[in-house]
Write a protein that binds this ligand. Structure first.
Ligand SMILES: Cc1ncc(COP(=O)(O)O)c(C=O)c1O
Length: 390
């Protein structure tokens, strides 16, 4: 496995490395890119082989989504998530950011409101606002090392204009895995308030050992008539740049509306993306993911031990994802001060917590999807940068 083989991604059109100086002021010459959510190692050999075969073939004409591709997605959901789906429920998007934007477009109008639970993946709020819709932001409740849902509080925040609820499961940025009971309560909340649920489950494969992920569809099957499930191989296999995601929509009325929208904008997925996803969702792909999760667990443990040794800094224990959610509140520093230490002194670009909405202000999010040596380096840099607190 290649997780510890460093790849120099600088100058390869990598958003994470090639835009970090512009966005964070951290030079790629001596800095570490630990922000956007992709990984610094190669994807699975089965995916690379499929791409290589396509390149060797050399003809890149029009293509379609065949039964092999749809069947591979169906197989993955059944085998890895115990979630039986029909292949004709699957619609392909240009990644899940695109999927979220399409849902806003199809099921809301300008002036409508959309419910989110923060802190959460910053693009939910950005996309809602960019579409001219209002954000109904419901804060999650911080409970020690985790977050919980307060649906009574959420109910009180509704303005009556809400049409959609965008949900993140497992949760980015905290890595929280929601229980079946919580998912059912959320589904009841949506039904009571007439909301369509967009359940973004892109991080569902990267589950730390000892935890169990329950898909929304399994926890609350009776909510299938109002739910759009978003999944992708992009995070799981580090192939986000191929821009291929899925909407899984069991309800025929919802699905027809989305299908019509995709037809209107003439959307067809890239042939290379389809080939990569087909190759990824396979037995060799599954073996590779298991090895990756073991690698990420080691990264998490090393990172948490090193960072939690700094007085006042606390990395919340991750149940899933490779995104460490680190609270600097205990340092007593301002957001500007601790961020400057991380960016200017440690020379690490990490995602700013305030971008994830209410509750994220004292946090930075560090991407651990990299080699062990980079994690060691990051820990050493952070311990140095905050050395006066030791
Ligand atoms: C919860 C969540 N949804 C969607 C996305 C974006 O997905 P894509 O790259 O497929 O647009 C991300 C990326 O970090 C994410 O964390």
């Amino acid at each position: 496995m290649t997780f510890n083989t460093p790849i120099d991604r600088r100058g390869t059109l990598s958003t994470k490395w090639d835009l970090m100086e512009k966005l964070y002021g951290v030079s790629p010459d001596d800095g570490l890119a630990m922000w956007t959510a992709d990984c610094d190692y190669q994807t699975a050999p089965c995916v690379r082989d499929a791409l290589q075969r396509a390149v060797d073939h050399g003809a890149f004409g029009y293509s379609w989504q065949d039964e092999t591709y749809l069947g591979a997605i169906q197989w993955w959901m059944q085998t890895r998530h115990n979630w039986p789906i029909e292949t004709d429920w699957i619609l392909t998007t240009q990644g899940l950011g695109n999927g979220i934007a399409l849902c806003l477009d199809v099921w809301t109008d300008p002036g409508d409101a959309v419910v989110i639970f923060s802190p959460v993946y910053h693009e939910f709020a950005n996309k809602i606002k960019n579409a001219g819709r209002a954000v109904t932001e419901c804060p999650l409740v911080r409970d020690g090392d985790t977050y919980t849902l307060d649906l009574d509080d959420a109910q009180a925040r509704l303005t009556g204009k809400e049409k959609l609820l965008i949900w993140c499961s497992p949760q980015n940025p905290s890595g929280r895995i929601w229980t079946a009971g919580e998912l059912r309560a959320l589904a009841d909340f949506a039904r009571k308030n007439g909301l369509i649920i967009v359940s973004d489950e892109v991080h569902h494969d990267l589950i730390m050992p000892g935890n169990t992920f329950t898909p929304m569809a399994v926890a609350a099957p009776d909510a299938q008539d109002r739910t759009v499930y978003l999944t992708a191989a992009s995070k799981t296999f580090n192939i986000a740049g191929q821009r291929t995601g899925n909407m899984i929509i069991p309800d025929e009325t919802l699905r027809s509306a989305m299908r019509a929208r995709l037809k209107t904008i003439d959307y067809n997925p890239s042939a290379l993306g389809v080939r990569m996803v087909t190759a990824a969702y396979s037995a060799p792909g599954a073996t590779w993911v298991d090895a990756q999760v073991a690698h990420l667990q080691g990264n998490r443990d090393l990172f948490d031990a090193g960072v939690n040794a700094i007085p006042g800094v606390h990395s919340l224990p991750l149940q899933s994802t490779y995104l460490a959610w680190v609270d600097f509140a205990g340092t007593g520093m301002t957001r500007e001060d601790f961020t400057a230490r991380v960016e200017r002194t440690a020379k690490i670009a990490a995602s700013h917590g305030n971008g994830f909405g209410a509750g994220g202000e004292t946090f930075l999010r560090f991407n651990l999807g990299t080699s062990r040596s980079v994690i060691e380096d990051a820990v050493a840099r952070l311990q140095d940068a905050f050395g006066d607190l030791q």
